[in-house]
Design a protein around this ligand. Structure first.
Ligand SMILES: [Zn+2]
Length: 362
């Protein structure tokens, strides 16, 4: 099962619905309102009234409607949960080995691994590589060792185990009996291919100290969200995660969700309720440090049908991984990059970017 679903625009039922003032972006500064362009095929029945505001600018965009198969979106996506209550068993078909991600752009090895059989989602390893490359450049340290992720042997994915048995058949038995979903480190979710554990390897001493995220390593906790990672089991969230504090277990949720979790001090279990407050008409808007703008909104599945029709800004990055996540209770969580839309439809903003702040809608 590939749980990072992409929206397939070709097969989806897309319907241009004319220009819709979605009230998606509310800017604090009273910039000159960008007049929406007229649309010959405007469909009044699908238009939405803009949110009323005298001092905030609204950015308009066209809306498309995408039909999502309800069965395909069930506890999937970057914020999929695998915890004591919820287990997922991906087949690992889209997993890659960690090996080629151990080197920086110059070809220097910037981290090590407990096993080259460690595997995970490619996007996670790409961002891990960038994060540790930057960490290494900042500190001069090349001591991070990726201890656990998932393991892939003979095209089967097993739960992480540092002391992986040599006997592969025995390894399979081990995986089968671990049906409580926990990895050897007591964590869940390694099997998703979206989590890594760190250890340290001090090559000059030949020692393997524990990773605590302290000292020079504090850089990682301070900056990991910029690369899409969060410390999954922090000490102040044990009652919510149900897992004792882990200083070395990082979960990849993508930059956009990581930023939300970082800014609002949310555990992954808390992200769902947090985002359910936002709708397509009144989404959460977030600006990344790189300047990209995103909207987040929640759509409840249509339980009376096999699919759910979901509104999206036309031209947003709806085809990219991570745009749609789903919980197991019938909720869809949309994340759309609208940077291109604002630059195309409101070019005058580019010159005023430095004066503009995005306000989170409440
Ligand atoms: Zn772990």
């Amino acid at each position: 099962m590939n749980f990072l679903k992409n929206i397939n625009w070709t097969n989806s039922l897309c319907r241009r619905a004319g220009l819709v003032l979605a009230g998606a972006l509310l800017f604090i500064l009273a910039l000159t309102t960008h007049a929406p362009k007229s649309s010959a095929d405007k469909d009044d029945s699908s238009s939405k009234k803009p949110a009323e505001s005298s001092s905030q600018q609204q950015i308009s965009f066209d809306t498309v409607y995408v039909k999502l198969n309800n069965d395909e979106f069930n506890n999937t996506g970057l914020i999929a949960l695998d915890n004591k209550d919820m287990h997922i068993a991906p087949d690992g078909a889209d997993f890659v080995s960690i090996y080629s991600y151990l080197f920086n752009a110059k070809g220097d090895m910037i981290m090590t691994t407990g096993s080259t059989n460690i595997c995970g989602i490619k996007e996670m390893f790409e961002q891990l590589n960038l994060m540790i490359s930057d960490f290494s450049a900042q500190t001069g340290l090349k001591t991070i060792m990726v201890r656990n992720a998932a393991y892939r042997v003979d095209d089967k994915v097993y739960k992480s185990q540092f002391d992986i048995p040599d006997d592969k058949s025995k390894q399979g038995d081990t995986a089968k009996t671990e049906d409580d979903g926990k990895s050897s480190d007591g964590c869940y979710e390694h099997l998703l291919g979206l989590a890594v554990d760190f250890q340290l390897y001090e090559a000059d001493k030949g020692t393997y100290p524990d990773y605590t995220g302290e000292g020079q390593y504090a850089w990682i906790n301070e900056n990991c969200y910029k690369y899409g990672f969060v410390l999954r089991y922090p000490a102040d969230k044990t009652d919510i995660t149900g897992v004792e504090a882990k200083k070395n277990h990082y979960r990849y949720v993508g930059k956009q969700y990581a930023q939300i979790m970082h800014e609002n001090n949310l555990a992954l279990e808390e992200v769902y309720a947090f985002l359910q407050k936002y709708t397509f008409e009144k989404p959460l808007t977030v600006q990344s440090e790189s300047g990209s703008q995103y909207i987040f909104y929640y759509v409840k599945k249509d339980k009376d049908n096999t699919s759910t029709t979901v509104p999206m800004p036309q031209g947003s990055d709806g085809g990219k991984t991570g745009t749609v996540s789903a919980d197991a209770q019938g909720g869809l969580y949309m994340c759309c990059d609208i940077s291109q839309l604002t630059s195309q439809q409101a070019p005058q903003q580019e010159s005023q970017t430095s004066q503009t702040q995005v306000q989170k809608t409440e």
